[in-house]
Design a binder for this molecule. Structure first.
Ligand SMILES: Cc1cc2nc3c(=O)[nH]c(=O)nc-3n(C[C@H](O)[C@H](O)[C@H](O)COP(=O)(O)OP(=O)(O)OC[C@H]3O[C@@H](n4cnc5c(N)ncnc54)[C@H](O)[C@@H]3O)c2cc1C
Length: 492
């Protein structure tokens, strides 16, 4: 819902502020819920259906602080039939159903906003096939992403998407959010690695979409539509994923800079030189302070850092070239190259603990994942400073600078600061769109960003997407309140 409060921050910048409302979602009646519980119990057996209040409450949240309503029942699916049966019961009893995998989502996607059924897919955790000849893996939605990496790498193969939550997020959630990660700059996001899907739809149908072959253009690309649909169109039971040969070598370096603007200039220079690192991660001064506070020694002169990784046959030469470019710019402090695998792992451990380390800086932290065209990163950083100054909300920024996808984090301690945080988020979203960017690079819209969707997309486009949703889910029961509905922004 759009508010009426307009405010200027910085020369020429106008920001419309948003007044947020709770998702407008129909709650099921007690009788509908009871009927669904009886049906689920009868058809799946009590061992797969949790109905105790305490057990259900543990499925009410994800890694955002979006407030949901605890589910009335949780189905622990152990087969494609269990998923299909649950969707059949949900449809016939008119009870909402929320799919769930690892529960690490940051926009409330797996949070049930109207109670009903949570359909947990974490027990479907088998890697059914790794086909070396055809470079294909067939996996269930409950496979932990990091375990898939380890399994294919043991075979000399490679799966590109590497969300920083890879030790606990699952393929089902990655498919639904079209997850990315540090390697997305070179290797793309989840959608780029999905060949085909088995997906269950409301009413209990099972669709096989896509293919197992590398090429294929038969019919509409329904696979691409379902990936990134945030659990609102169908529930994944199996995915056929593309693999690649494991890159023969990887080289990693840290480049330190006086400030983020010098780091952003280095990013542009590296890419302009024709080098394609697989990762180009940026950390600003406030983030570096959190890293230091967590016990990692970082040169005191540094006010920004790039974590750079290149792979392939000529990785060492490419890294030398990148290091040379990074160190010749104005504002360069130092370049440190990892000498071996252990040093490399330590650098990545520091990157992957950022979320936890920065969370300690304040009682509340909210991590946005906006994207701007790479060349406009310096403008986004300047806007972020303006927003912080105008609202008084603390902030820090890190993320995937290679593809312009930055995690702008807002930090606050006192609940009374919440309205200022909402203003800061609205300003950030509007700035992102004004800079030619997009609201989410990898976390999805979920509940949190739904109020801001009209900033980026026209009414016609939103109506078209709602119509597509209606084709898959005529009664609006599959993951209601996500993507299109209004909702309070939750911290994560
Ligand atoms: C520390 C940390 C770091 C992170 N780093 C990254 C990162 O680098 N890149 C990135 O992209 N994300 C990142 N995330 C966000 C999150 O991990 C991803 O969005 C991830 O893809 C969610 O997977 P999950 O298994 O936890 O899904 P969940 O949180 O369980 O669900 C996410 C969405 O998927 C839907 N869903 C789940 N299972 C199914 C299914 N079987 N069928 C249909 N829909 C389903 C849910 O309804 C929900 O809408 C990070 C999160 C944390 C906490």
């Amino acid at each position: 819902m759009r508010g009426d409060d307009d405010r200027s921050v910085g020369p020429g910048a106008r920001y419309a502020l948003l007044v947020l409302a709770a998702p407008d979602v129909r709650q099921p009646s007690r009788a509908e819920v009871e009927r669904a519980k009886i049906e689920l119990d009868r058809r799946l057996g009590p061992s797969k259906v949790l109905t105790g209040a305490e057990a259900c409450a543990t499925y009410a949240a994800d890694d955002s602080d979006v407030d949901g309503r605890a589910p009335d029942a949780v189905v622990i699916a152990a087969s494609v039939d269990d998923i299909a049966t649950t969707l059949e019961v949900a449809q016939s009893c008119e009870v909402p159903v929320t799919p769930r995998a690892g529960g690490t989502g940051r926009t409330g996607g797996a949070v049930p906003v109207a109670g009903g059924i949570v359909l947990a897919t974490h027990r479907l955790g088998s890697i059914k096939d790794i086909d070396r000849e055809n470079l294909v893996a067939v996996v269930e939605p409950g496979v932990i992403t990091g375990e898939l990496h380890a399994a294919v790498e043991r075979e000399g193969l490679f799966y590109g998407p590497d969300p920083n939550s890879l030790e606990s997020c699952m393929i089902g959630g990655n498919l639904a959010e079209n997850a990315g990660g540090p390697r997305a700059f070179k290797y793309g996001v989840t959608r780029d690695w999905v060949l085909g899907l088995r997906a269950c739809v409301m009413g209990g149908g099972v669709l096989s979409v896509g293919r197992r072959t590398t090429k294929g253009v038969t019919g509409y690309d329904v696979t691409a539509l379902l990936v990134g649909s945030e659990g609102t169109l169908a529930v994944f039971a199996e995915a056929t994923l593309r693999l690649a040969p494991k890159p023969p070598a990887v080289a990693t370096a840290l480049a330190l800079f006086r400030d983020v603007h010098a780091a952003a200039r280095a990013v542009t220079a590296i890419i302009a030189a024709g080098v394609v690192p697989r990762c180009l991660e940026m950390l600003d001064a406030a983030t570096l302070s959190a890293v230091r506070a967590a016990g990692v020694a970082v040169d005191a002169r540094a006010g920004a850092m790039l974590l750079i990784e290149v792979d392939g046959d000529a990785s060492e030469a490419a890294l030398l070239r990148v290091g040379e470019i990074a160190s010749r710019g104005d504002g360069s402090v130092d370049v440190v190259v990892a000498q071996d695998g252990a040093q490399r792992d330590r650098l990545w451990a520091a990157r992957r603990m950022l979320s936890k380390a920065t969370r300690k800086l304040a009682r509340h932290k909210l991590s946005e994942d906006v994207v701007v065209p790479r060349a406009r990163i310096p403008e986004l950083l300047a806007r972020t400073d303006e927003i912080g100054a105008a609202t008084g909300v603390g902030h820090l920024t890190y993320g995937h600078a290679g593809d312009g996808n930055l995690h702008v984090n807002f930090l606050w301690n006192d609940d009374a600061e919440r309205p200022a945080v909402e203003r800061a988020i609205g300003m950030l979203m509007r700035s992102t769109v004004e800079l030619g960017g997009t609201l989410s690079g990898e976390h999805g819209i979920g509940v949190s960003k739904a109020p801001y969707l009209p900033l980026e997309q026209s009414g016609e486009l939103i109506a078209l997407q709602r119509n597509i949703k209606r084709v898959f889910d005529p009664k609006g029961l599959l993951n209601p309140g996500k993507i299109f509905a209004g909702g309070r922004h939750g911290s994560c």
